[in-house]
Design a protein around this ligand. Structure first.
Ligand code: NAP
Length: 327
């Protein structure tokens, strides 16, 4: 058996814990290093997750010659710099969503990955979940005919903390970049890149979009109706409507269950619990791509992350939502 992929974690925050749990449970992955802006946080995370090396800077992590792949788990505003730091050091990068704050950031990351011949993928874990894979199979088989419309929402109510990454403009807060990216990514999975996007957003006290309602148009008159929020809870469902049936996905981002409904036929149900915590599927995809010598995942190419970032730029331009680091 070949050696496990040796992972480093950049920024040991909340989501990095989940990633660490998944890698530790996989036989073909190994956590070898963690880097934090503070040595004590790196050491604490390393001790909690059985990681042999802890660094008090991201630069030191990127310079570790034993690290093959880095999971970038800093807030959105850091993604482009941190991913490029690692790519330039010859590492493969799995970067948390959204790939970057804007399309310019994603282009910089794409160019950096290509210039260094290194793997880059957005950590859009939803895309690799077994139920999502089943939905994609249904769509490819044409079981609902031609998909014509999608209705997708992802809203939750975070606590009121203006300094938090969800509400702080300095950290590119707001619903669109935090959870809207899932809804837009799901619609892109069904229809491909959007031709046009429009919508309303409510910019709250901190100036970021607390909630937004959007309409997207795709080639051939296909349409998506999308809602996202960090201040209003919604059911988190995706419904894909085709000429011969529809697919309903419960908690589509976590995808425990999908139901296929067609006139005159019994509904079909796809249901699967995660083997570990749901992150194992995107991690396996990275392992598979690295073993095959790929620098992008065919199931989530960088061009797709870029198209979603361009759509988000288009929407934010309409809302006149410019983050401080973009001025
Ligand atoms: N896939 C998912 O399900 C999922 C879920 C939640 C979040 N995410 C994504 O993961 C990323 C991190 O989210 P999180 O919830 O884990 O955030 P978090 O708990 O705040 O952790 C982020 C970490 O980034 C580091 N960091 C670097 N620059 C920072 C800055 N300027 N301000 C604050 N922290 C900074 C900090 O670690 P050190 O200072 O120790 O280096 C911090 O612990 C976000 O891009 C988010 O969209 C993904």
């Amino acid at each position: 058996m070949s050696r496990p992929i040796r992972w480093g974690i950049l920024a040991p925050g909340k989501i990095a814990k989940k990633f660490a749990e998944a890698v530790r449970a996989l036989p073909d992955g190994e956590l070898v290093a963690v880097g934090s802006r503070a040595a004590e946080r790196a050491a604490e995370f390393a001790a909690a997750h059985g990681i042999p090396r802890a660094y008090g800077s991201y630069v030191e992590l990127a310079a570790d010659p034993d690290v093959q792949a880095v999971y970038v788990a800093s807030p959105h505003v850091g993604h482009a710099d941190h991913a490029c730091l690692c790519l330039e050091a010859g590492k493969a990068v799995l970067c948390e969503k959204p790939m970057s704050v804007n399309a310019a950031g994603v282009r910089r990351m794409r160019d950096c990955a290509r210039a260094n011949g290194r793997f880059l993928m957005e950590a859009m874990w939803t895309r690799f979940l077994p139920v999502t894979a089943g939905v994609r199979r249904w769509l490819a088989e044409g079981v609902i005919g031609e998909p014509r419309a999608a209705i997708i929402d992802f809203g939750f109510r975070c606590g009121w903390n203006p300094a938090s990454r969800l509400l702080n403009p300095e950290l590119a807060g707001g619903g669109l970049l935090d959870v809207g990216v899932y809804t837009l990514g799901y619609a892109a999975m069904v229809f491909g890149p959007a031709e046009e996007a429009t919508g309303f957003a409510h910019l709250g006290e901190t100036g970021v979009d607390e909630q937004a309602s959007m309409s997207l148009r795709y080639p051939g008159g296909k349409l998506a109706s999308i809602f996202c929020s960090v201040r209003t809870s919604t059911p988190h469902t995706a419904r894909i409507c085709g000429t011969e049936g529809s697919i309903f996905v419960e908690h589509f981002w976590n995808a425990p269950k999908a139901i296929l409904t067609r006139p005159g036929k019994e509904p079909e149900i796809l249901e699967q619990a995660h083997e570990i915590n749901g992150f194992e599927y995107e991690i396996r995809e990275v392992h598979r791509c690295l073993a095959a010598g790929l620098i992008e995942s065919p199931d989530l190419p960088v061009a797709e992350s870029l198209a979603t970032a361009e759509t988000m730029d288009q929407l934010r331009a309409q809302w006149q939502l410019v983050f401080p680091m973009e001025r």
